[in-house]
Design a protein around this ligand. Structure first.
Ligand code: AGP
Length: 614
């Protein structure tokens, strides 16, 4: 959840580090720090709060590091120990000669800390990371070889880590290693970059090498040496990153979230390119390896995900069961991994993750893979750890999503599920050719329909003002749009901090209805289809308790005007595709409420974009 950058070369390092951290700020933002190699020795600068505080701190010491050309940096999302200057990275060993930054969790840090304390190490922070600094320094004292010290220390560490290490005795050397946490090297002319994610380096180079678990890399300005955990030299797999620096610009929008919401029609167009050419043609998912035989042998499908991806998974269940007639369970990854799951070689396990890094989902996938299940990953990051575990892959092609609140990656995940479900239905022949053709034809015009929804932004903005002073918000729906209610509520609570909850509308009268009175907004997601009338009745029940009723609908039903004080309209669409349209106004509503309240929309408090701890 934290971000790491490193640089060794011939340019002034401080700006490179801080700019890199800025690009990773979405990963965590409660404190930050850099260590730079000056002529004499390493100097460390840290600050709590947003990155600007580190900038201010550095501006007081410019003379101390302007000539430095090597350094490491870190942006933190606190796990062990509060966000204080002492707990901020980089961390140092006793004598301060060895300095490192770390992303991940050291699970056996208590045992290591106890052992190291007995050996005389003095701990200054409450972090798990500091044990690694002492441990590597201890190994270095024996070996006098920094890479070897990192290798030996790694063998004693349990958990997840990406590490970037420097030492006063090695004035132009960075050593990196990783296990279960991402780390890559960017390759320039006479310079190397290290980063936990592409945005930190893409401005400088597109040439890169991803590290695999337990590999160790030594970087000097003109050389990169890759070894395995035993020190054997390994060949280097260098690739060209398929990224453009412009992806990291707000393109004139006030926030990334708003830009990303407006990108959705194009995202869906991009997804369809190459996967669906015409309604009477088959869906092409080149990296899905599900044969008729595999599908015939399946007893069930389990979909595992967290947060917004979990909501996409819930829609996925609905459509896969509907088109393919296979039983689907959906579960939060964090609940899946600590129980005895009935998963075997007859189970298809689908992991859904924007980042492809979420620790709970990655663990769940590894567990089910070990039980022999076919693993299908739906991710926005085909370069991620999760993608590497996949037997089948559906890339969602949403482009980088910077705002912590997921928007375009959600609609892209829904598209991935539509394509996958129809693909499986084709292979299984579980839906008639005529029906498939109609569904594909409608799928191809979804981007225009989303554009129509986005053209009503001003109306939604007005509604947002109207409800921005509420303390609570209820979203209700039934059937395929129940996950839309959950996702709409999640969007609102994560960026505005308003207490918002999604309920299946039929459940209102089993408890939540007790909360309704004239102060409570209740938003009904009333899409034409099999549950429309039922949901209308549930809305009547809420209205009878004086709730402030809002409809999000594609119905022309005149009854709605009496029942609802506010109606948000979306174009008509097949019920099965309605979650894709219905979520757009809810994203906008959440955005404009948060923006009106002056919240930090792109970086809401306490959150991080990639949750790499369980
Ligand atoms: C959504 O707005 C959140 N940022 C969060 O719920 C997110 O969807 C969740 O952490 C899962 O992340 P992933 O898709 O990268 O696995």
């Amino acid at each position: 959840m934290c971000g790491i950058v490193g640089y060794v070369g011939n340019k002034s390092v401080a700006d490179i580090l801080v700019d890199g951290l800025e690009q990773l700020e979405y990963r965590g933002y409660d404190s930050s720090g850099v260590a730079v190699m000056n002529k004499e020795e390493i100097t460390v600068f840290k600050a709590i709060g947003k990155l600007n505080n580190l900038r201010t701190e550095l501006s007081k010491h410019v003379g101390e590091f302007e000539k430095a050309t090597m350094g490491i940096g870190h942006i933190r999302w606190a796990t062990h120990g509060a966000p204080t200057v002492l707990n901020a990275h980089p961390h140092t060993c006793n004598c301060g000669n060895l300095v490192l930054v770390h992303n991940g969790i050291i699970e056996n840090y208590k045992e290591l800390r106890e052992m190291l304390t007995k050996e005389g190490c003095v701990f200054r922070s409450q972090t798990d990371t500091e044990v690694v600094a002492h441990l590597v320094a201890r190994m270095y004292a024996k070996t006098k070889d920094l890479a070897e010290a990192v290798r030996q220390a790694s063998k004693q560490i349990e958990g997840a880590y990406a590490l970037c290490v420097m030492h006063n005795n090695h004035k132009n050397t960075l050593v990196l290693t990783k296990r279960n946490a991402p780390l890559l090297v960017g390759i320039g002319e006479g310079e190397f970059f290290a980063a936990s994610d592409v945005p930190a380096i893409i401005k400088h180079t597109k040439k890169a090498m991803y590290l695999n678990d337990n590999q160790v890399v030594v970087l000097t300005p003109d050389k990169m040496t890759l070894t395995d955990s035993e020190g054997n030299i390994l060949p280097q797999k260098i690739e060209i990153l398929p990224w453009e620096p412009v992806a990291l610009s707000k393109m004139g929008y006030k926030h990334y979230m708003l830009k990303e919401i407006h990108e959705q029609p194009d995202v869906i167009r991009n997804i369809l390119v190459g996967k669906l050419h015409a309604p009477d043609e088959n869906i092409i998912l080149n990296e899905v390896k599900l044969t008729k035989e595999t599908l015939k042998n399946l007893n069930r499908i389990q979909i595992i995900a967290c947060g917004t991806s979990l909501h996409a998974a819930m829609v996925g269940k609905y459509i896969i069961e509907n088109f393919c007639g296979i039983a689907v369970d959906v579960e939060a990854s964090s609940e899946y991994i600590y129980r005895r799951t009935v998963t075997d070689e007859h189970t298809l396990v689908i992991g859904v993750s924007q980042s492809g890094e979420t620790a709970d989902t990655l663990t769940a996938i590894k567990q089910s893979k070990a039980k022999g299940s076919h693993i299908l990953i739906i991710t926005n990051r085909p370069d991620s750890a999760m993608a590497r575990e996949a037997d089948s892959l559906v890339p969602v092609n949403a482009g980088i999503e910077v705002s912590v609140a997921a928007t375009k990656s959600y609609t892209a995940q829904l598209m991935a599920f539509y394509l996958l479900a129809l693909y499986m239905a084709e292979v299984k022949e579980s839906v008639s050719k005529e029906e498939l053709k109609n569904l594909k034809a409608e799928m191809m015009i979804l981007p225009q329909k989303i554009e129509q929804v986005l053209s009503t932004t001003e109306e939604i903005q007005k509604s947002a003002r109207k409800y921005s002073s509420t303390k609570d918000f209820i979203y209700v729906a039934r059937g395929i749009n129940f996950p839309t209610a959950l996702e709409g509520a999640l969007k609102l609570k994560e960026i505005s901090y308003i207490n918002a909850t999604g309920y299946p509308a039929g459940e209102l009268k089993h408890g939540p209805i007790a909360m309704l009175d004239e102060t409570m907004p209740v938003l009904s997601i009333l899409m034409n289809g099999c549950v429309y009338e039922k949901l209308l009745s549930n809305s009547e029940e809420a209205k009878a308790r004086n709730a402030r009723m809002i409809a999000l609908t594609n119905s022309k039903d005149e009854k709605l005007d009496d029942l609802f004080e506010n109606i948000i309209r979306v174009p008509d669409v097949d019920e099965l595709y309605s979650p894709l349209l219905a979520i757009i106004p809810l994203q906008l509503l959440a955005y404009y409420i948060a923006e009106f309240l002056g919240k930090d929309v792109d970086q809401p408090r306490n959150l991080a974009k990639s949750v790499t701890v369980e």
